[in-house]
Design a protein around this ligand. Sequence first.
Ligand code: BEZ
Ligand code: FE2
Length: 404
Amino acid sequence: MIKLKANYVLTMNEKNEIIENGEVIFDKKIIKVGKNLEKNIKTIDLGKNSVLMPGLINTHTHLEFSANQTTLIYGDFISWLNSVIAKRENLLNDCRSHCYQKAINQMKKSGVVAFGEISSTGLDLEQLKKTELKVVYFNEIIGSNPAAIDALYQDFLNRLNESEKYKSEKFIPSISIHSPYSVHPLIIKKALDIARKKNMIVSAHFMESQAEREWLDNNKGDFKIFFKQNLNQEKAVTSTIEFLSQFEQVKTHFIHGVWANEKELQKISSMNASIAHCPVSNRLLNTGLLDIERVKNLQIPYSVATDGLSSNYSLNLFKEIRTSLFMHTGLHPKYLAKDLIKSVTKNAGDILNLNNGSIEVGKFADLISFKLSKCLNIEDLYLQIILHINEIEKMWINGKKIEI
Ligand code: BEZ
Ligand code: FE2
């Protein structure tokens, strides 16, 4: 058992309490939160200007593509997708252990204690099964061509089974459906039946681009040529509502949602599903900006996430929320700042079922600390953190100190 003392304890609890000169007692889980707690416990005073808060959670990454820096084409979704298809093998081959370690270290330095990884090949398993960070490992299924789906489904099953061998409190095997345009409903059904049976969280890209909107609504737009050329396909394999309806009774994290319409968002809300907001990725592929007010008004929980280095320059989650703060120019910076920090802590922890993301009794002690000079107005703390923090000083996962 250990006690930490900090100038500011950001609890991210229901009331968003900030405790000045606060203390937190924990072992693996948080035992007590408050002020002037028991004295006869090993105590670490984090010092002048210290902030203690829940560790950040990046709900959506693709570490397999971490070798990308300047290889992929940005500026338009279909050009980017074509470049991914052309360079995929090279990028996968170029990411060996050092490349994964670099990506994980970048996240760790920016305060990330847990992340949701989309694995399309299983090549990331060796590195991720042993990392100190918590991983929700989403085995991805892809394939819309009926002639290929049996083999693709079998490959997905093999990867899922392999990942399940390493299931632990910190490594949680799960399932990802690539998208409504790229996965045949027959294999979606089979994969989601497994998710329901095993009580797994599921992730799915949804309504990322205008091209996706036009293809699924009218079998038109930029995807028309793409599907004709690559898969000799004239029509989308599903409608958006048919797609969404397949996720009933599954806890689902939809990625992007930028082009989702009111009916789809209402459906997402009614299924208690969540959305990942990836502003840098959306900007680089020029796909627009998620209307987070609309999402919040429908009571859809959202998290900010980096996506992979395949569509980002960094996996630093503080940088990602700073970008988000600057992009949503219609929202008040102070209230948005609090909401963004909530999105990468409490919301993200709930989305990935991790029982962390807030400093409350019974939550896992997944904590970070850093220094920030005194804030005149305590309510400015969220905004000042987003403006000034890129890297953290200390981290604990399940109450254990992590070297960074
Ligand atoms: C497909 O298999 O349908 C597909 C794969 C990648 C991108 C788009 C579609
Ligand atoms: Fe993604």
